[in-house]
Design a protein around this ligand. Structure first.
Ligand code: FES
Ligand SMILES: [Fe+2]
Length: 440
């Protein structure tokens, strides 16, 4: 039996926090992660605006399990296993669409948009015994399904705490994204899928890793410098990052219960898309939350949702496929009802930085693959990239957390150059706790 609890070396009294490389390279760890986090816990499955109308559906996965997210004729959202009750064929083959019924291609059983079986083909001639009718033929619902402000989560197991408790203080951080728009958020049409040959947790770490920014993305930073000297600034040139000013900014992080985490940085607010409506925003949400909405924020909802709030608002979903293979799905989120000009500017800024066609994502994914290749060096056991900020981190909330009314497990703040790494501790404390429990 594996002892997964040995994979995190967490000794705060000695100033040590390390993660073992087996956490990223051992297939037995991956299998356990699938069982513990993706098959027994809450995972993000979709945004309500993706299935906005009656009979809309979306094919999704939690880890390795195919599911269908759908809205029935009465407008009720449901999440069911995409697996025919007859002999298991996938019932839904499209990524998304609108259908009143889903007909299995194998033997023709049909299901309504509420998941109920509406047809067993040629049933009358089938000479079924009475016991057949005693069994449900409906698509199996997931164990738990719930929404928080448009974000839809499912758990394959019913034995989970309520979603509100699982999200905990992360709810206040989701609220910062949702409340920036008076009418809420929607997904902009268009989805980007890509894969990288590396462990899924490298993606989870990277988004909250401020330390890599200047060394992994030099070409992007040089471009920002060049743009700053260009006389005519186009939409993408109004990026809110400014290479020359970045180092003077403040940064901080919160590590939350259940492995959620957020990194924030201050940035020149006058370049933020919300700045033009600042007065109305302050009126609506108060000066403190308005200020927070104009900070850059990288939020991880463990295990598979990332919300990046900077010039644009990006939602990424992580689907682990194997210990060294991960699929990413990426979307642009936008306020409902913004003007065509605002939407155009948002899209240009979104394309600028994110996705395989953007100026930053390829740098990151290539680096994950570099790491994964070198994990083959079995002689090296421990990763040392969890130590920055350790002498400064506070247990519990700092002044920034108190402003937001949240109680993180860890908080830290300082100059951008500090590039804290303690933000990963909450993730791995939650991770190792659950992995160890499962082994026991
Ligand atoms: S497997 Fe679906 S009808 Fe037979
Ligand atoms: Fe990056």
């Amino acid at each position: 039996m594996h002892d997964f609890s040995r994979l995190v070396d967490d000794r705060p009294a000695d100033g040590v926090f390390r993660v073992h490389r087996d956490a990223f390279r051992d297939p037995a760890v991956f299998d356990r992660e699938m069982a513990v986090f993706f098959e027994q816990g809450w995972c993000f499955v979709g945004h309500a605006s993706q299935v906005a109308n009656p009979h809309d559906f979306l094919s999704v996965r939690i880890g390795r399990r195919p599911l269908i997210l759908m809205r029935d004729g009465e407008g009720v959202l449901r999440c069911v296993h995409n697996s025919c009750r007859h002999k298991g064929a996938l019932v839904c083959h499209n990524r998304q669409g609108n259908k009143r019924s889903h007909v299995c291609q194998y033997h023709g059983w049909a299901y309504g948009s509420n998941g109920r079986n509406i047809l067993v083909k040629d049933k009358a001639q089938g000479c079924y015994a009475a016991g057949f009718d005693a069994d449900s033929h409906d698509l199996l619902p997931v164990g738990r399904f719930a929404e928080y402000r448009g974000f839809l989560f499912a758990s394959l197991s019913a034995e989970v705490e309520p979603l509100e408790d699982y999200l905990g203080d992360a709810r206040a951080l989701i609220d910062l994204a949702v409340d920036q728009a008076p009418a809420g958020l929607e997904l902009v049409a268009g989805t980007v899928h890509y894969t990288f040959r590396a462990n899924w947790k490298l993606q989870l770490e990277n988004s909250t890793d401020a330390y890599h920014f200047t060394s992994t993305h030099p070409s992007y930073l040089r471009l920002l410098d060049r743009r700053a000297t260009m006389p005519e600034r186009t939409d993408v040139q109004k990026a809110i990052w400014q290479a020359d000013r970045k180092q003077q900014e403040q940064m901080g992080s919160f590590g939350l219960r259940s492995g959620h985490a957020m990194v924030w940085t201050t940035s020149p607010v006058e370049h933020h898309p919300l700045y033009a409506q600042r007065d109305a925003l302050v009126e609506r949400v108060g000066a403190i939350r308005a200020d927070w909405m104009m900070r850059t924020r990288q939020l991880n909802i463990f295990p598979n949702l990332q919300l990046a709030s900077n010039a644009a608002l990006q939602m990424r979903v992580i689907t682990p496929v194997a210990v060294d293979l991960t699929e990413m799905t990426s979307y642009c989120l936008a306020p409902v009802g913004e003007t065509p000009e605002q939407r155009r500017q948002r899209l240009r800024q979104y394309e600028d930085f994110f996705n395989p066609s953007g100026l930053a994502t390829p740098d990151d994914t290539v680096t994950y693959e570099d790491c994964q290749r070198s994990f083959a060096s079995g002689e090296i056991e421990w990763q040392q990239g969890y130590a920055r900020g350790l002498a400064r981190v506070e247990r519990g909330p700092d002044e920034h957390a108190l402003q937001l009314g949240i109680s993180p497990e860890t908080s830290v703040s300082g100059n951008f150059d500090m590039s804290d790494e303690t933000v990963f501790h909450a993730l791995y404390r939650h991770w190792v706790g659950k992995m160890g429990e499962a082994a026991a």
